[in-house]
Structures are given as C-alpha cells and as structure tokens.
Design a protein around this ligand. Sequence first.
Ligand code: ARG
Length: 597
Amino acid sequence: MSPSRISEEPDTAAPPSKTAGTIKPSSASTRSFSSTGSRFFGMNTSMVESKFLSHPEELGIVAVGFSGGQCKPGVDAAPSALIESGLLTQLREELGYKLYGDDQVHLYTDLVPKDDPPHRNMKNPRAVSSVTRRIADQVYSHAKEGRLVLTLGGDHSIAIGTIGGTAKAIRETVGQDIAVIWVDAHADINTPETSGSGNIHGMPVSFLTGLAREDNEDFFGWLKPENRISVKKLVYIGLRDVDAGEKRILRENGIKAFSMFDIDRHGIGRVMEMALGHIGTDTPIHLSFDVDALDPMWAPSTGTPVRGGLTLREGDYICECVHETGSLVAVDLVEVNPSLAPESDIGAHETVRAGCSLRPFSVDREHTHTISSVCGSPQPSSQEVTSSAFEPDRRVLSNPLIRNTMASSTVTSGSLVYERRIVSERVHKYHWPAVQLNIWMLIMLVAACTIIGVFSTFIQIQQTLLLGVPWYFPYYITVGALTVTFIILLLWLIFQRRLLPSIVMIGGFILFVLWLVGLIVISVQLWGPSGSVSSNCNLVVFGANPQPTGQSEHTLAWLQQRSICQSWQAVFAFGVVGAIFLLWIMVIAYQVFADDS
Ligand SMILES: NC(=[NH2+])NCCC[C@H](N)C(=O)O
C-alpha cells in the first residue's frame, strides 16, 4: 500500500471532530455555512425532508485511504484526488453542508500488521478486519449524531465498516434496520470459500449479511448482530459480472438484484421505482456506490472495470432518486483508482470527475417535480420482472462480445453519443388480499355446490313424481356451474399471476345479476301469493301435530317432505350469501384497482 494523505497526521481512533468545515482539501476555503437547523438536505438546492436524520444539514466525512481489500495499489489515493477535485468544497459552499470529520485522509498504517498471512483463503484478513472495525467506529460516531455520513474509499471492503457502523447507529437512534442499495458491477457477496481471488473487496456483503461468519475478532468476529443487515433489505443495481458462487447465493437467499439487463429492458426510472418499492418508504437507506458500476467510458480508472455499464447520467439518477426518498442516511463512494488510467491520464481525471458527479445530496430545483413523481413514491415491486432479474443475462455474461452490446449503446468517437434503447413495458403488481380472496372462493364454492346439489335432487324428485321441471331448477344449476367455473378461472389466473381487478369486477357483476334473478325466483316460490312453498311446509311439515314417529310409510314420507322443505331454506340462505359475497368481491377488486392507480 502506498498511502497518500492530505495531512501527514498519524491515524488514531479519535472520534470525528465536531468543528464544522474542518476538512481542508488543498487550498479550499474553510468558510463554514451557518445552518438554519432545518431538517432538509442541501439547503441551497433541495427541499427534501430527511426522515431519519436529526441533523441532515451536517455531513460527516470519513476519508479512507485503504486498499488492502484487493491487490492493486492506488485506490487509497482516491479520497485525496476526490477532495482535490473540489468535491467537499462543492458540498460545503454550493450545497451549504456543515462538514464534520478529521482533516486528514486516514491511512490506518498503525492497524496494518507486518505479517498478515491468508486465513480461510482471504488476503490481508487482519488488516482489513481491523481497519474496517475502525471505520465502523468512525461512521458510527457521525451517524449517532444524526448526520448524513459520506465515506470516500478506498476499495469496497471498507463497506464492512461503513455499513456495520451505520446499521448499529441507526438501530440505536431510530430503532430501525437499515436497507442497503449496492450499486456495482459486482455482487461482492462471495464467502471466503466461494471467492476465486481471495480479495476481501469481493466479500463485504457476505460478512455484513452474516452469510460468512467468524468468531475470531481478528477476522471480522467483531461484527455483531447490531452491525449486520438483512438480505431482505438489500438491493443491487448495475450487476454484470457476478461469479457462479455469488449467483447461487443471490438465488438461494432471494436477494433483489437489478442487472444491466433489467436496466436495458425497463429503463433506470422503472428499475429505481422497483428497487425503492422493494425497500419500502419507511426504511433508512445506506447507498454504497462502487464507481465500477459506471461504464468504463465514464470511469475507466478502477480496479475491476466491466464494459456495458451505467451511463454517468444513470449513475446520477440513482443517487438523485435515493436522495429524493428522504431516507438516505449514509453514502460510500469506492473503488476510484487514480493510478489506473488506461490509455491516458484523462482516464483518472474522468473517473474522479465522475465520482464527484455522483452526489446523492441535491437535485436541481427544476428537476424536483419530475423526480419526485418518479422516485418519491416508490411503486410496488414487480415480481414478474425482478424474480427473473438474474437469469436472463447468464447467456449474455458468458459471451464477452454479447456482453459489450448488451447495453444497446452506441459510441461514436469524436462526439460522444450514448444512446440506450429502452424497451418500455408497464408491469403492474396488484396487491390482492390473499386471506379474503381465499375465504371468498371457499364460501362461493360451498354455496354454488349446495345449490347445484339441491336442484339436481329436486329435478330427480319431480321426474319420479312424473311432474314437470320448473325452468328455474336448471337455471340455478347453470348459475352454480358458472360460479364454479369462474372460481376455477380465478385460481388459474392467480397461479399465472395475472389476476386483474377488471376481470374480477366484470365476472362478479355478471354472476351477481344471474344470482339475484335466481334469488328473486326462489323468494317468490317460498313466500309468493300462489301456494307458496313456505306456507305449505309450515302447514304440512313443520306444523304437523303430532309429528309422525315410528317405522311407517307415513313417517318416511313426512321425513322426506321435511328434508325438501329444509333444502328450500338452504337454497335461499346460500342464495343470499352468494349475492352478498359477489357484491363483496366487486368491492375488493375495486379497492385493489384503486390502490394500484
Ligand atoms: N468491489 C469490487 N470491485 N469487487 C470485485 C470483485 C471481483 C470478484 N468477484 C472477486 O470476488 O474477486
């Protein structure tokens, strides 16, 4: 590691300074803007209310000059390069943040042991473990103060510390678990055992989620449950180079991942809606942004570049959307490596510039309306889309030629033209109340089958007695059969995940009308003026005095007549229940429809 620093202070674990504007990037102004104490980020440009920060106008800066999570030197120089490019000055002077933090890039040299042999296939395990532990303390102290925390890396292994620190602080201050949006070309979820490289920057997520564990404090055993995150609250964006073992881990744990394939297919706007919808509106968000998520066209100077990545504008958009939620509590910007400048020095310069552009802190006021309407109210995620998020690109990933074209981008040298064709496709996910739907189907099934059964028996009796069959017997049997068919259709649609409220409303209405006609006819038969069934039953069956007993034909005939009368009553009761339940399902379908729109 060849550390670079802004000031050559030895690194200590001292808590971050509480003096505003103390980070001194080169000759940057140390002027500090006064805070109005309002709960808004970026007072000058944005009016997004922070949901979880008590001091959103304060920015805790942690500058991490550490590269031990991988083998290429230079990534430790990124914080200095970013600061020298004016990132912090802009945050302070243009966006009005009060900056908090030590006036140095931390090199953690005191924590790097001379001898650090591999452990469980991990390279530099002791150094990475103790450095990330120190970072966790630094981030924790800022987050505990209710500040937004910005960590400038360093390689992505440092996220073990940043996310570990945020998770703990937010649990203590807000009492909630954080969600993590991991923007990266890589999933970084290898366990020590699945990793092919042994580089810990490819493993941070497995330690943070508890998929990889160690008891020994020297090897991340210091990560306790309060530092961990749930796989359910983890969302990837921009993936395109995922190891086989990682794919298995993602699939087995049902982790939400939006690859470049999804971004090409749906567009970044829809992907952000789905990502934020998965997290929910009421969850603090830690955004961990690896600059290699961007296409090397914009960010070539990074350790593990992969072609076919995000445009710079898409990267900005992700940051803006997350900012717009008001749920952002911490940000990492990692893997900028100014010493890796393929072709020319412009590479390093461009990468640093891209890094500076990725600021989830402000949105132009003119943009605010458009962005709020897209990102501010996350849509429910679409299972049709995201469950397949990983599978379709397997073929693409395996073929480097195809991989390069998967972004559907065209680059013409001279003037840069980047154009992504977006196949837009609107996918709704309706939230049906499963319990109510199941109860409805069960009751309707019972009602329909009872009516079919009773009227079939009545037809047999009529035929046995050589009497004509009234039209409403077969009519009600048909209505019952249609109801059963409708329920089977609903079950099939549910199974296909295509149950639309309109189908339920139209089907429910038609059945309701048919059912109501049957109910009216039965009511007329039961209580109508001309020889009603009810009065006959009351007179002959229920009113028989004394009621016949004993083993005689008379008793058997009476019992038969009684069961006919009871069947009429049952038919009427189920007729009423059916009509009411059909009304109910129309109301449910309308609510589901209204909720979605
Ligand atoms: N943060 C990164 N750039 N990670 C790259 C990881 C590459 C590879 N999957 C590995 O585990 O080694």
